[in-house]
Ligand binder design. Structure first.
Ligand SMILES: [Zn+2]
Ligand SMILES: [Zn+2]
Length: 429
């Protein structure tokens, strides 16, 4: 009886302490988190090649007392901290950067160049903010390791490779993420962006983002001399018609109340102005948020590509190859509601924003699809002053993947750590 009572009193005071000056414990771990941010930002690595990045993270987490397993699904890492009986909660960060040339002009801007998988020389930049996620997770890991009296259960930190190629989550699952390690009761992830000011977090209950499908369409023609088009079948003209006809899928075929995006991100054909090439290639990204609309859009793309080729007497039907894809991320609505309250008391009500679903995509959905309820929230990254100016001017700040993407590190990283700690403590009760 007494035991129960004293435990209750202790846990109440812990809760009060955690809620009041939350920033104090963040301050204690902040210098190291920031140093790691600067290091990783200046040493970005492309998807599936996050060797140094993963090693840095693994070393830090091991130093904090986590049991770390490396090389899970390639360069992935899993760090476990057991703290008595209770639920298992997974917190995930991505490890990879992008082939983008940084043009932020920051003193710590990346100057890294490397060879990509096709052997091309490319610049590398953390243009999606995954460096900030890693710095946050290490700060959070330190606080959780130093305050084991505030939670119980098992904390599972996951450093996932190759998010940008939508392949790392699957690789980790295929390599036994849920069989070699305990299956989490909840999976949590956070993503920084410029749609919210730094200091704020955003929540979307239910559908958070979109299904994504990457398609490659190869259109076959018949090459020849540019001066004699009647002797050839021009795949560039077929490609041009195809691209325009694809625009009618979202505007004419899909029900106006449904959401669909069909973007042709590249077209590759030809080598010289007076040569009609043999073939043309289109690269597409398709975004939808319902299974039946997804099916409808993918079928329409194949149908239109085939019909345009037929209309031009192409020697062969085009090939339509869906080479990668991921399902939308679904936020468990009850969990989102509960954690909204948790974040409001940790950060202040005015710092927690209810957001609309976005049309980005990500492979965190693979974890959720294993039957693990997920909570994926957004972290404000925009300099609050620039954010206000842009809002007043009706403009947008550089988005993720832009060469100018530069989160306002101090407020964003502070808030990210405080938010993650609050969420984990609530889930690990
Ligand atoms: Zn990204
Ligand atoms: Zn990202």
């Amino acid at each position: 009886m007494n035991w129960t009572r004293s435990l209750l009193v202790a846990s109440l005071s812990v809760v009060a302490a955690a809620q009041a000056p939350a920033s104090k414990e963040v301050e204690a771990v902040y210098p190291e988190a920031r140093a790691l941010y600067l290091d990783i930002h200046q040493n970005p690595e492309l998807s599936s090649h996050e060797v140094q990045t993963a090693a840095k993270l693994a070393g830090r987490l091991r130093g904090l007392g986590y049991e770390v397993t490396e090389h899970v699904g390639g360069t992935g890492i899993v760090a476990m901290l057991k703290n008595g009986a209770g639920p298992t909660v997974m917190l995930r960060t991505e490890l990879d950067a992008l082939p983008v040339e940084e043009k932020t002009g920051l003193a710590y801007a990346s100057k890294v160049r490397t060879k990509d998988d096709a052997g091309r020389d490319v610049p590398v930049m953390h243009a999606c903010g995954h460096d900030l996620h890693m710095a946050a997770i290490v700060g959070t890991a330190a606080i959780m390791a130093h305050s084991k009296n505030t939670w119980h259960g098992t904390l599972m930190l996951v450093g996932q490779p190759a998010e940008e190629t939508i392949s790392g989550a699957k690789a980790m699952l295929d390599d036994g993420l849920l069989t070699r390690f305990p299956k989490p009761d909840v999976a949590v992830a956070m993503h920084v962006g410029n749609l919210l000011p730094a200091g704020a977090v955003g929540i979307v209950p239910g559908v958070y983002n979109t299904n994504a499908d990457s398609l490659r369409i190869t259109i076959y023609g018949k090459g020849g001399h540019g001066s004699a088009p009647h002797t050839a079948i021009d795949p560039i003209v077929i490609a041009a018609r195809t691209i325009l006809a694809l625009q009618t899928i979202a505007s004419r075929e899909v029900k106006p109340t449904e959401m669909a995006v069909v973007t042709v991100g590249y077209i590759q054909a030809g080598t010289k102005n007076n040569i009609i090439p043999d073939q043309a290639e289109l690269g597409l990204t398709v975004r939808t948020n319902k299974a039946d609309v997804r099916k409808q859009v993918l079928a329409a793309i194949a149908r239109i590509a085939k019909a345009e080729a037929e209309a031009a007497c192409a020697p062969r039907a085009p090939s339509v190859d869906r080479y990668e894809g991921t399902d939308l991320v679904y936020n468990d609505p009850a969990l989102a509601q509960r954690l909204r309250g948790v974040l409001e008391s940790a950060l202040g009500k005015e710092r927690v924003v209810m957001e609309e679903p976005i049309t980005a995509s990500e492979d965190f959905s693979y974890f959720v699809e294993q039957g693990i309820p997920g909570f994926y929230f957004s972290l404000g990254g925009a300099d609050p002053e620039k954010y206000a100016q842009a809002k007043a001017a009706g403009t947008l700040l550089p988005s993720n993947h832009s060469s100018l993407f530069a989160p306002d590190v101090d407020p964003a990283l502070h808030t990210g750590i405080a938010a993650e700690v609050a969420v984990l403590r609530n889930l690990l009760k």
